[in-house]
Design a binder for this molecule. Structure first.
Ligand SMILES: C[S@@+](CC[C@H](N)C(=O)[O-])C[C@H]1O[C@@H](n2cnc3c(N)ncnc32)[C@H](O)[C@@H]1O
Length: 236
């Protein structure tokens, strides 16, 4: 069984083509075998040969994306694979640097943030590069990776292959919690982190994190700006 998730207008023979519920799409000429939210799909563990998401994975909010990835890993048979194609952040930055005007750059901002053309499914929630995809795929259990960078339409086509060394739920959960923590800086309130954990059904406090140079630089400039604003207020 091969699943083509978020098939859009690219129906593929020999695959189960799936796209969102009809009443949540902005086009009515889309041909799919199943209309459902990807998040609502269920398949038995080790039952799928191949899963493909072409320009779809970036449409999941962060906490859903990593949980979905784990689900895909479990559905895939050992020897089976998952392929996602997502915008390449650094490749798109190159296009932005080469663009000569805000009008020209507009298209590449859309490439990063999504067309925002459908009621539910047009927004991109996250950015990706190769290192991050290696990290994410390893967290959920894919030990073998292959990838290809597409330059002109800056994208990364990333494949995880499931081997026989199956990652346990407990190990994956621990690594997912650690991964999500890095969406906040070390000393941030942890409010977002708690909300994600609730939404993911995980019980976890933000784990200890290292200090990063760029976060410290940000913090220093924030406090300096705040102090200057206070002084201005006192003397003007
Ligand atoms: C950018 S289009 C890509 C279409 C197709 N894969 C292609 O490459 O031509 C993204 C597609 O994913 C679908 N999609 C996005 N998020 C979805 C979700 N959560 N559940 C079901 N479909 C989703 C959208 O409806 C849309 O058809």
């Amino acid at each position: 069984m091969k699943l083509h998730l978020g098939c859009g207008h690219s129906y593929m023979d020999g695959w189960i083509n799936i796209d969102g519920p009809k009443n949540e799409l902005c086009y009515d000429d889309l041909k799919a075998d199943v209309h459902a939210r990807i998040e609502d799909l269920e398949y038995p563990n080790n039952s799928v040969d191949e899963i493909l998401l072409n320009a779809v994975f970036e449409h999941f909010p962060r906490h859903i994306a990593i949980m979905q990835l784990r689900k895909f890993y479990k559905w895939v048979k050992p020897g089976g694979k998952l392929t996602i194609l997502v915008p390449d952040f650094w490749g798109t930055v190159e296009m932005l640097k080469e663009s000569k005007s805000p009008k020209e750059r507009q298209f590449w901002f859309r490439h990063l943030y999504g067309p925002q053309d459908t009621i539910q499914f047009g927004t991109h929630y996250d950015a990706f590069d190769v290192e991050k995809l290696k990290w994410m795929f390893s967290i959920v259990g894919f030990n073998q990776h292959r990838y290809k960078i597409i330059k002109r339409w800056p994208s990364i086509c990333f494949t995880g292959i499931k081997d026989n060394k199956v990652k346990s739920d407990a190990d994956a959960e621990r690594d997912i919690i650690d991964y999500m923590a890095y969406y906040e800086a070390k000393d941030e309130t942890g409010l977002a982190f708690s909300a994600w954990m609730d939404a993911m059904g995980l019980k976890a406090k933000k784990p200890p994190m290292p200090t990063f140079k760029t976060h410290e630089m940000y913090k220093r400039s924030y406090f300096i700006k705040k102090a200057i604003a206070k002084l201005r207020h006192m003397f003007i």
